[in-house]
Design a protein around this ligand. Structure first.
Ligand code: SAM
Length: 286
């Protein structure tokens, strides 16, 4: 009996650390329902890894949430490629439950995950949370959104999220990109004509690494060109995930001509046309 009480207290302590701000009892039930806690109420290694990842992301987007909750009467937060909507539910549990405003919208293409998230939101009384079925590029959204997130949205789905965010004039954007294949393919099919740059792309392994790096550099420059101040940091230690780069952006002006010029030159020299460049018109008015 003593052991059980100790274990319960230890778990409550660990959850309070992993998800500060959330009400412990509801959170434990929600985590069980999301299969992040076992039926017996234990945390396994996978769940602990996922929760740490989400806690770091919630910490890093904390200032963005503080900002929009302070400045807007009913800020809209959109999570793209939401999967089981872990991020949406935990953001709701740690932040929106305490606020009497703010809406969470999760976009996910797999209808069964959307149905499960909608049912779960109703059951846990998350009245300001909506799960929308469809592609990120096309899902219906309010005209104005304030924060857009995408955690490991596959390949160009991250670009779709960035394009939706920029088009909707989001105040803040936070993406942790996933696998990236598109630019590596472009580097193999054409790539740079300058011999020194071409040497960077001679081997498939290097094209994959460089393609992934270039994709994120292009994303950051495109955001800067559209008036965002960008920071790029590590989300968690490498032991938690190999896809670990957080691109956090805050809208500070209408556009940045120098960033657009750097972007144009970079894609021209490497002979690439990444998804975000195809989808977003140039930021600078003609
Ligand atoms: C690797 S999972 C990540 C899920 C979640 N963000 C997380 O970190 O737990 C990527 C999810 O994005 C969804 N997805 C991929 N491309 C999408 C698109 N274009 N539109 C909507 N959802 C997409 C997939 O169905 C999948 O559920």
């Amino acid at each position: 009996m003593r052991k059980k009480v100790d274990r319960g207290a230890a778990l409550a302590g660990e959850l309070a650390q992993l998800l500060p701000g959330a009400a412990p009892e509801t959170t434990a039930e929600l985590l069980k329902d999301l299969h992040l806690l076992t039926r017996e109420g234990d945390l396994n290694a996978d769940a602990r890894r996922k929760l740490k990842q989400i806690r770091h992301l919630l910490q890093l987007v904390g200032p963005a949430l503080d900002d929009v909750l302070a400045r807007h009467p009913d800020p809209v937060i959109v999570d793209c490629g939401a999967g089981k909507s872990y991020l949406g539910f935990l953001l709701y549990a740690t932040r929106l439950v305490r606020e009497s405003k703010g809406r969470m919208i999760s976009i996910e293409s797999r209808a069964e995950l959307v149905a499960a998230a909608s049912e779960r939101a109703a059951r846990f009384g998350c009245a300001r949370m909506t799960a929308v079925a469809g592609a990120i590029a096309e899902a219906p959204l309010p005209e104005r959104v304030h924060v857009v997130t995408a955690l490991h949205a596959c390949d160009t789905a991250t670009d779709d999220a960035l394009v939706r965010a920029v088009t909707a004039g989001a105040d803040w954007i936070a993406v942790v990109p996933c696998c990236q294949a598109e630019v590596a393919r472009q580097l193999g099919d054409g790539g740079p004509s300058e011999p020194a740059l071409a040497a960077l792309c001679a081997h498939p392994w290097h094209r994959r690494e460089l393609g992934s790096h270039l994709t994120n550099v292009v994303r950051a420059l495109a955001l800067e060109a559209h008036g965002y101040a960008v920071t790029v940091t590590e989300l968690t230690g490498w032991e938690h995930s190999l896809k670990n780069e957080l691109i956090l952006a805050r809208r500070v002006k209408r556009f940045d001509r120098a960033a657009q010029e750097r972007l144009d030159e970079l894609v021209a020299r490497f002979g690439i046309t990444p998804a975000i460049v195809r989808a977003l018109p140039t930021a600078v008015p003609t």
